[in-house]
Design a protein around this ligand. Structure first.
Ligand SMILES: [Zn+2]
Ligand SMILES: [Zn+2]
Length: 438
């Protein structure tokens, strides 16, 4: 195994910036940043409905000297600072919250309610921690704006809408992110993490997050009286067979070395004890990393649905309808190895190996992937910053099953640790990319 520590020791951190100076500067920014964080947390906004958060942060960025464009990709913000020759670096934070009723009991807990796209009124909560992302993003901007003499190049800092629905990154790219603004050679982002104690950084070189596909299966049958099954084709029995056979896609058809998940998260059918319904509906989430694994899973789902219907004697005009929801697709996130390893070495040198480590890939999804997929010459990295409060982590013995996860109504990260660590780490990583040529 490669020793990242040795690589770190070999790095010479040139320039007038001492680690203590940056830590002190971030520490003195923290009261203001925590005020912003609590305000953002108390005022969450649903995906693609972000208005208040981008307006507030756009004003802050203008005050720092960035050239700011709003409403990119509907509600996104692009803030550019040109500072001499050198590479273009994109730093991204996402802004959206979730339709979750907050139950943290925090004094600044969200009481916001809004109408979700489904038409249902719901509570709204920053249950994924995107409020910490926005806050550390501004913290990074503040540091880099005051340290302009220590870097050279162009900084493109973006606030992205609609991450949770997988549409915001695409919306910004479709709206000319790489044509109307300087096109990046490097892209950086971070996400808070429930699976790491507060203030611990995780870096995953290569595939880090999964392809996320949503699939609907409408299983059609021939309805009738529950006492006379011979006059019907029961869609509940057929859908049950489909659910069972789907389990073999991962266990029997997939290479065990290639991670994959097929989960049936919803199964709805029927209205009454003694009626055989004429339809059952399944909703699946399908996860993978490699494009060929994704294709095999999706093809397999179609084949199994049809094959089981044939086995059940379903007539051709009542075959199941399988819909892959392309508009909900999030492609796998890939961290380019060179940038991932260089940045990990930098973090280990600054924070020590206990606070900066390689972490395994996860089957969650992130549309940060799209900024790299739109141009694979970009060096790209999203890293994790642990958020689970240290005392809770220790009490649970590090068993994440006993702790609230992201998207939980109880997710209350140690925001101070996340924001200060992420601000310092993101500033360091940015300075490393944009370091002046000597
Ligand atoms: Zn999320
Ligand atoms: Zn998130």
């Amino acid at each position: 195994m490669k020793s990242y520590l040795l690589a770190a020791a070999a790095l010479s951190f040139a320039g007038p910036l001492s680690a203590a100076t940056l830590s002190d500067a971030v520490a003195s920014d923290m009261p203001r940043l925590m005020t912003l964080y609590r305000d953002l947390h108390a005022n969450p906004e649903l995906s693609m409905q972000e208005q208040r958060s981008p307006a507030k942060l756009a004003a802050e960025m203008r005050a720092l000297g960035f050239k700011v464009t709003e409403k990119v990709g509907k509600t996104g913000v692009v803030a550019v600072m040109e500072n001499g020759g050198g590479p273009v670096l994109l730093v991204r934070a996402d802004m959206d919250a979730l339709p979750v009723v907050e139950q943290t009991g925090l004094p600044f807990a969200s009481k916001v309610r809004a109408v979700a796209r489904s038409g249902v009124e719901t509570g709204v909560m920053h249950a994924c921690g995107h409020d910490t992302h926005m806050t550390a993003w501004l913290g990074t901007a503040r540091r880099l704006a005051t340290m302009k003499d220590q870097w050279s190049g162009t900084l493109v800092m973006i606030l992205q809408p609609g991450e949770e629905t997988g549409e915001g990154a695409k919306a910004m790219l479709d709206d000319g992110l790489y044509t109307r603004f300087p096109k990046p050679a490097y892209a950086l982002a971070f996400h808070d993490a429930a699976a790491l104690p507060a203030g611990v950084i995780g870096v995953t070189p290569g595939y880090a997050l999964a392809n996320v596909d949503s699939v609907d299966i409408t299983v059609r049958g021939v309805g009738g009286h529950g006492a006379y099954p011979q006059t019907t084709r029961d869609p509940i029995v057929l859908a049950s067979r489909i659910v069972t056979t789907l389990q073999t896609l991962v266990s029997r058809e997939n290479d065990p070395q290639d991670p994959a998940v097929v989960t049936v998260g919803s199964f709805q059918a029927g209205a009454k004890h003694n009626i055989i319904s004429d339809e059952a509906r399944l909703q699946l989430t399908v996860r993978s990393y490699k494009p060929e694994v994704r294709k095999r899973l999706l093809d397999g789902i179609r084949r199994i649905a049809r094959g089981e219907a044939i086995a059940a004697g379903m007539p051709e005009d009542r075959m199941p309808v399988v819909t892959v929801r392309e508009e909900m697709y999030t492609p796998a996130t890939f961290n380019t190895e060179k940038l991932a390893e260089r940045t990990l070495a930098l973090f280990q040198q600054r924070f020590g190996p206990e606070r900066a480590k390689v972490t395994p890939a996860v089957m969650g999804g992130e549309d940060f992937s799209r900024f790299w997929l739109a141009d694979k010459s970009i060096e790209s990295l999203i890293f994790w910053v642990g958020g689970t409060p240290k005392a809770k982590w220790d009490a649970a013995g590090g068993d994440t099953q006993k702790l609230p996860s992201l998207h939980s109504p109880f997710w209350a990260p140690d925001a101070e640790a996340v924001i200060s660590t992420a601000t310092e780490a993101m500033t360091l990583a940015s300075l490393d990319v944009l370091k002046k040529a000597n």
